[in-house]
Design a protein around this ligand. Structure first.
Ligand code: IPD
Length: 306
């Protein structure tokens, strides 16, 4: 019911704040030399890392949720076991999908683009999303039918107004963001090369050939897929693409973008923008494309930025 959803939403926001405080405390005590450096452990490879803070925050969030909602399922980055089939990660059951620390590499380097990401997914659709980036003082929250918010007071998107239909043409003059992921197989780094090539091609190909017309204002890679989605919802980023994401990287962000009036789709890079199939987003896909709200590209992108 609506009242129930409201209660869970408030709970999720408070949980996000508390978890974010743990991230701040960890950074502060590291700065003051109170803690041994939070040396990351490697998972799949040297860039796929987990810190003691990831594990502690995860434990805190998991315990809080199991205490409050024992009947709900829970998945997150650190408890996910590699052998599990990806199809069964999120079922139709109410499931909390959590990344205790998205942007672990940034956190390790004290680069402020990291956050906690908490989502409630029902029938495989994210209905609540809370993203908190404590060093940036940005708390993003969204709940189905209640809009998307920054710091609980400013409704998103912050730029423009919703114009409805999806762009038919390649949008120019945009900020295009992408993440490189952590897959470094096929040495020397050919997986990384492929991603960089795809990104640069998307940005530089003429729009008739499916690219963004070479007229992008900027290309960014923040190191946090979750924050990319938050900035799409805010209207700061126009387009985001990543191949190789997991549910916990995107679940809360999807709710945010959708509530802000933007679009997220499980799409492969739109080599041909005009025929790219912008279908419904499916959690469990690995490649995601997000488009900011209020993207008026009916004129080929001329008014994408006023
Ligand atoms: C990662 C970050 C990164 C993205 C990866 C994610 P983590 O999450 O969002 O930007 O490229 O696909 O897994 O490991 O920092 O929580």
């Amino acid at each position: 019911s609506d009242a129930e959803l409201n209660t869970i939403y408030s709970f999720a926001i408070q949980l996000g704040k508390d978890a974010g405080q743990m991230l701040t405390d960890a950074i502060n005590s590291r700065r003051q030399g109170l803690n041994k450096p939070d040396l990351p452990e490697e998972k799949m490879n040297a860039v796929d890392i987990v810190t003691k803070t990831d594990t502690e925050v995860e434990q805190f969030i998991h315990e809080s949720i199991s205490h409050q909602y024992p009947e709900h399922a829970f998945i997150d980055e650190e408890t996910y076991s590699k052998g599990q089939s990806k199809q069964y990660l999120v079922t139709d059951k109410p499931t909390w999908v959590v990344d205790p620390l998205d942007g672990t590499v940034n956190f390790t380097h004290a680069f402020p683009m990291f956050c906690v990401s908490i989502a409630l997914v029902v029938n495989q659709k994210p209905v609540i999303g809370v993203i908190y980036a404590p060093m940036l003082n940005q708390l993003f929250s969204a709940c189905r039918g209640k809009g998307a918010w920054l710091n609980e007071t400013t409704q998103l998107p912050m730029l423009g107004k919703s114009l409805g239909p999806l762009p038919k043409n390649a949008p120019g003059k945009c900020i295009f963001s992408c993440e490189w992921g952590k897959d470094r197989r096929d040495n020397p780094n050919s997986n990384l090369h492929r991603k960089v090539d795809t990104f640069v091609n998307m940005a530089s190909e003429p729009s008739g050939r499916g690219g963004l017309g070479g007229m992008v204002h900027g290309m960014r890679s923040l190191g946090s897929a979750t924050l990319d989605l938050a900035y799409i919802a805010m209207g700061s980023f126009d387009l985001w693409w990543e191949g190789g994401c997991w549910e916990w990287d995107v679940a809360a962000g999807i709710c945010l973008v959708q509530e802000a009036g933007g679009v997220v789709t499980t799409a492969n890079p739109p080599h041909d923008w005009q025929t790219c199939d912008i279908g419904e987003v499916k959690l469990g896909g690995r490649s995601y494309l997000a488009i900011r709200p209020a993207f008026d590209a009916t004129d080929g992108g001329e008014n994408a930025r006023q």
